[in-house]
Ligand binder design. Sequence first.
Ligand code: ARG
Length: 463
Amino acid sequence: MSNQNNQILKNTNAQILDEFNASIMFDKELYSQDIRGSIAHSQMLCEQGILTKEEQEAIEKGLLQVKEEIESGDFKFTLATEDIHMAVESRLTEIIGEPGKKLHTARSRNDQVATDFRLYVQEKSLSIKAQLKELIETFVNVASKHTETLIPGMTHLQHAQPLNFGYHMLAYANMFKRDFERFESSYERNNYSPLGSAALAGTPHNINRKSTSDKLGFYEPTNHAMDTVSDRDFALEILFNISTSMMHISRISEELITWSSYEFQFVRMSDEYATTSSIMPQKKNPDVPELLRGKTGRVYGNLISLLTVMKGLPLAYNKDTQEDKEGVFDSVKTIEISLSILNEVIKTMIVNKDKMQAACKVGHLSATDLADFLVQNQNMPFRTAYYITKDVVSHANSLNKDISELTIDEIKEANEDLKNVSEDIVMYLDLRNSMNARTSLGGTSTKQTQKQIENFKKWLKDN
Ligand code: ARG
């Protein structure tokens, strides 16, 4: 090979290696956290007499200028500076000269990246929580309009018992409330400052970790440097929390897709959130909930990726952890857009009460009420009542009727043991009465549903 070719090959390899090693293309997302962390660090160094007041002021001013350059798009990101930490520090030194070189005293990129990333995750936990709260409020508002709208409740996707649609909506409010609480408890558990852990073992400089921790809004500094620089539990937690919320988003999306199908027609998605087909002009497709459902898969992938990256790492910091960021950024962006879109979809969906109500008349939804009536009023063992009810269902089928439409005579005909059954039974088989009979705590009756709505409204005020 000629010398010239050799040189080209070398250059190419060097460039490939830079590209492979660098994280600047994606960790520039952390620029504001990096600058915040550096300002706090410089202030602490000054308090401790490690930097002079002039040096600290120059550093702080310079860092704010770097921030402005990044935000205005003037900042030149290059592979040469590897990551956001090096990029900010080297531009700072270009701007202010010597004092810039003192900023990295008593810290390492290992505690720096742990701090930046944790700040990011903490900020996002709070903003996602706020979005979840908005979504919960939307479900509660829809619920309060539909506490008397009958809908077939299903198990195994088969008609089971009548519910009200408000109650169904509150199931989702409950799921997203648990999500809210999960983000909250992760925030609480992880709100401790890594800064000052240095490379892995702490530092001989006389630093004050409590001071930087306070300045950055953490509760306290963490208490073990080596554990801290190699810990990514906080990132795994947000990935898990996002995955669980996406799973809930995916479940309501699945229902919306089914409910808006021709066979159901329980809801219609507002035109803004339905799309057309490029070939079939008559179509209105639920692309939006389908995408919400689909994106859930990628978010799960991000969680599994990081779990896998972490599983074999010896203590302490290893470059493998640089792989922690892209998945988290991706999952955060995905949940942010998903929550705001789902919120609009739920707000604007058109509920077809008539279709829901009509569907309740299929599948003998109040059959359990007949059995319950026989238990309560004739002191019959439940299993006996169950078999008698089966006969009534068969009889209703042979008459081509739903059990809720049977007359007292038709009920009596169904089984010997019903000869003397009270006429009240007809009332019990009525679908709305059936729904309203479920007054037990957490049950579907309109009254219970309204109580649950009140509880949610109180929660929304308090949180
Ligand atoms: N870019 C690195 C990361 O994201 C920063 C820490 C690098 N530390 C080191 N000693 N190489 O993890």
